[in-house]
Ligand binder design. Structure first.
Ligand code: AMP
Length: 183
């Protein structure tokens, strides 16, 4: 099973990803988590990524694409994987398609978690991560609307998108996702 989770920051991607990982026995690949680990360890990648992350901008595509290309080769991806926070731009989506094709793998579905903007800001402000201040949040939402939304159009053309109402309790949202994936 190969899944992509798309949703604005604060939309509950990480929480749903953890549950889906357990249910399907697949690897959970969060580019945000991988980047934060690199920042913490002070790697070259982390140093380069950090300035973009602090501003709520996207880290350059080539860095992210290389990071994902290496990650999906790791053994724990043998049963499939769930991409959380990737692809976030059209070039990333196109690069992923090329990688999957090269390995004769097929994307099963793109889960689009939809949460309204007021709720997103409320959730993000309550989370307290380093890049969760109001100015960065506003920019992350803008970047999402401008750069990540086209990714959904790209996958709609492939008929892969499952739109999920992301409002309500974690369990309710999870049930909706599972139902959509079993259809
Ligand atoms: P997240 O934890 O998914 O909200 O990601 C936190 C930050 O990491 C984002 O605001 C971006 O700066 C960066 N980031 C994460 N994933 C990507 C990606 N696929 N492409 C570019 N930047 C990313």
């Amino acid at each position: 099973m190969i899944l992509i989770l798309v949703g604005a920051p604060g939309g509950g991607k990480g929480t749903q990803a953890e549950q889906l990982k357990t249910k399907y026995g697949i690897a959970h690949i969060s580019t945000g988590d991988m980047l934060r680990a690199n920042v913490k360890e002070g790697t070259e990648l982390g140093k380069e990524a950090n300035e973009y992350m602090q501003k709520g901008e996207l880290v350059p595509d080539d860095l992210i694409i290389r990071m994902i290309e290496a990650r999906i080769q790791v053994d724990d991806c043998g049963n499939g994987f769930l991409l959380d926070g990737f692809p976030r731009s059209l070039p990333q989506a196109e690069a992923l398609d090329a990688m999957l094709e090269k390995q004769s793998l097929e994307l099963d579905a793109v889960v689009n978690l939809k949460v309204d903007e007021e709720e997103l800001v409320r959730r993000l402000l309550g989370r307290g991560r380093a890049d969760d201040n109001e100015e960065t949040i506003r920019n992350r939402l803008k970047v999402f609307n401008e750069q990540t939304s086209p990714v959904l159009g790209y996958y709609s053309k492939q008929d892969k998108v499952k739109d999920i109402d992301g409002m309500g309790s974690i369990d309710d949202v999870y049930d909706r996702v599972i139902k959509a994936l079993s259809e």
